[in-house]
Design a protein around this ligand. Structure first.
Ligand code: PRX
Length: 658
């Protein structure tokens, strides 16, 4: 491979290739950290010596077991790895019960609603709310192994619902509240869910989100699979209830606050989370109980150097993996205090995050580059108007952070004293993989630095040799680790081919290209497959193409990404219609129609930013769509590709003009 590979998204992050600033941890940070370079060097040595013993040691130290395990890693069914398989435990017990003896009155959740009202929920209260609700689910017949879909706003009860499922050993699948009824129905059907948990309504940025209505539409499309819909009354909004629906408050009214945890085996599935891959059908990423929790908890403690008085705030929604590992599970297992926020960073104005950091004295703040970029655009001077002195550590996740946004985050939000942990990981890895460890590693803007202890991550060329410094290659994980995806829900074949392709000799292939610099720091360059990253959300180009061609007017569609200043990447769709190619106002009208259609098919996050019409799509004589050419056109770049094999060169002009 060459220094900048021909992957889909590499070119958009070219600025990191020239970045050479280095920020050692500040004296202020070092004065209060409990972890330093020696701690991690020692941990790394331990892991290098015996990986199995390393993780087994952590699993015994950090998790509470009902029955201790006798074996750490089991590779006999590779790549279906197992960890701690003969041990039993309960994830909710590990997140709640075990803190009751030591810190029942510590605040677990500071739940701030869209309208700014806040609720403070202690570990004792959270435990009681989880038990009440788990007993309610039990009364509906939910037992270990049943699938429960959670389609909720980002409120404390979303966490309660997840924890209640974990308490019963029921497998939850959280669906982000922005997904359409069709996407929701697909997930209900694939998971064969018995119960759906929702709210009558949600609010984001002052706007109501009609969750219950969407659930009704989805359940109607779901082959009578769903037996019950539990509805949390977010407010008094009038709601049509059907025979299968039950209010959350009615379900819990007669229950007790005592719900013994159901002990499950370490490998029992804790949840399924659907994510986009390179085919049209989302993948049901299945995670384990013990290994997953260990990864979430241990990384939380290392990366965020968690201390007893910290107030942690991860702004991710529980509909994504970040909201699972660093809202619903990791921080609770660690006994931390955290903020849970229903709303958006720009409502009522672009100082919402800064105002909340000041109000709740947040010390660790973890957000996505898209949020940072949009807040720079809408009010770069706003952080200075707030007291952000409680912050001691900042984090970034979900997409590459460009050095300019990093520097602003560091200076303007962090006051030059807070390290930034830029964490690379995935839905499939369950927990953070690459990150600078604050206090131990000097940071470089745009680099995710190094693997956490116990992880063997490499960048390989096509001959499977580690790439030379500054040479791009394929990011792989060489050895199994506890929090890794166990399989794809009811699709073990796809699991094998998607993540362990033969040509990589049993290694986990992440789907990203990356490079290392002369100091060994990792730099993520972008996806190598047909997956886009829009505002930190994964979208499969084929998923969007399938949505477009589902419209009776559309003959063919090809979707690519182009760099976007705020969202990282934006979706561009090239479409041919069954009828005439529209121009002028008719084209504008058609663009509106198709954008709305994709919104209905998948959800608003997948709506193309740009749609172009042509009489045909550019194809080679063998009929393959020329995607690299489309990417150049989407970016407005000069066409440098060889178009001699193009069947119909005249359409390039049409595509460029839109
Ligand atoms: O391309 C990488 C990008 O997001 C992908 C994973 O997406 P998802 O499973 O939705 O999980 C997002 C939250 C963990 C990766 O394959 N990605 C994630 N974090 C970073 C990143 N790219 C660059 N830098 C990051 N810190």
């Amino acid at each position: 491979m060459t220094a900048v590979s021909s992957t889909a998204n590499t070119e958009s992050h070219a600025s990191v290739l020239h970045e050479n600033r280095v920020f050692p941890p500040s004296a202020a940070y070092l004065a209060q950290t409990t972890l330093n370079a020696d701690t991690f060097a020692q941990l790394k040595r331990e892991a290098d010596l015996d990986l199995d013993a390393f993780w087994s040691h952590r699993a015994r130290e950090l998790l509470t077991w009902e029955k201790p395990f006798t074996q750490g890693l089991d590779e006999t069914q590779a790549p279906f790895y197992q960890w701690f398989a003969d041990g039993t435990l309960n994830v909710s017990f590990n997140c709640l019960d075990r803190h009751l003896g030591t810190q029942p009155d510590k605040v677990a959740l500071i739940a701030e609603a869209d309208d700014g009202s806040a609720e403070y929920i202690t570990y004792q209260t959270l435990y009681e709310r989880v038990c009440l609700f788990a007993n309610g689910l039990k009364s509906l017949g939910v037992v270990a192994g049943d699938r429960v879909i959670i389609y909720m706003p980002m409120v404390a009860n979303a966490v309660v619902a997840m924890q209640a499922c974990a308490r019963l050993g029921a497998i939850h699948s959280v669906v982000f509240g922005g997904f359409s009824s069709k996407s929701l129905a697909e997930r209900i059907i694939d998971a064969e869910a018995k119960v759906v948990i929702t709210a009558n309504i949600g609010y984001r940025g002052g706007k109501p989100i009609e969750l219950k209505k969407t659930v009704d539409e989805a359940v109607a499309q779901s082959n009578n699979l769903v037996e019950h819909v539990v509805v949390w009354a977010r407010d008094q909004t009038e709601t049509i209830m059907q025979a299968r629906d039950i209010w959350w408050h009615d379900l819990t009214a007669q229950q007790t606050t005592d719900c013994p945890p159901v002990w499950v085996s370490a490998e029992h599935p804790l949840f399924i989370l659907y994510t986009s891959g390179s085919t049209g059908k989302p993948k049901g990423v299945q995670h384990s109980s013990a290994g997953y929790l260990l990864g979430a908890l241990q990384s939380f403690k290392w990366t965020f150097d968690q201390q007893p008085n910290d107030v942690f705030w991860c702004t991710a929604d529980v509909g994504w993996i970040t909201g699972h590992s660093y809202v619903a599970y990791g921080p609770l297992a660690a006994g931390a205090t955290q903020v849970v926020f229903e709303g958006v960073p720009t409502f009522p104005d672009a100082s919402r995050f800064w105002q909340m950091i000041e109000k709740h004295k947040v010390s660790i703040f973890y957000t996505a580059p898209t949020a940072i970029r949009s807040l720079i655009k809408l009010g770069a001077d706003l952080p200075a108007k707030h007291d952000l002195s409680s912050l001691r550590l900042l984090g970034s996740v979900g997409e590459p952070i460009n050095p300019e946004a990093w520097i602003w985050y560091y200076n303007v939000v962090g006051g030059g004293r807070c390290p930034i942990v830029d964490t690379w990981w995935q839905t499939e890895t369950g927990s953070q993989m690459l990150t600078p460890l604050p206090g131990a590693v000097a940071t470089k803007p745009g680099s995710c630095a190094f693997p956490l202890p116990g992880l063997s991550i490499n960048i390989l060329d096509e001959a499977l040799h580690p790439t030379a410094p500054r040479e791009a290659g394929t990011l792989v994980i060489e050895r199994p680790f506890p929090s890794m995806v166990r399989t794809l829900w009811r699709d073990p074949e796809r699991f094998k081919t998607a993540y362990f392709p033969e040509e990589f000799g049993g290694r986990y292939v992440a789907g990203d290209s990356a490079m290392r610099d002369e100091d060994g720091y990792f730099w993520i360059l972008g996806r190598t497959d047909d997956v886009l990253n829009v505002s930190g959300h994964r979208l499969g180009t084929m998923e969007i193409e399938s949505a477009l061609v589902a419209n009776p007017l559309v003959a063919e569609a090809a979707v690519v990404g182009r760099p976007d200043e705020v969202t990282g990447e934006a979706v561009v769709a090239f479409v041919t219609l069954k009828g005439e190619r529209p121009t002028g106002d008719a084209a504008l009208e058609m663009i509106k129609t198709l954008k709305a259609f994709v919104g209905q098919e998948i959800g608003a996050i997948a709506r193309p930013a740009d749609i172009r019409f042509s009489d045909a799509l550019p194809k080679t004589r063998s009929g393959k769509i020329m995607r690299r050419l489309l990417r150049s056109i989407a970016r407005g770049d000069a066409i440098t590709q060889d178009i001699s094999t193009l069947e119909n060169p005249a359409i390039i002009k049409q595509l460029q003009e839109g």
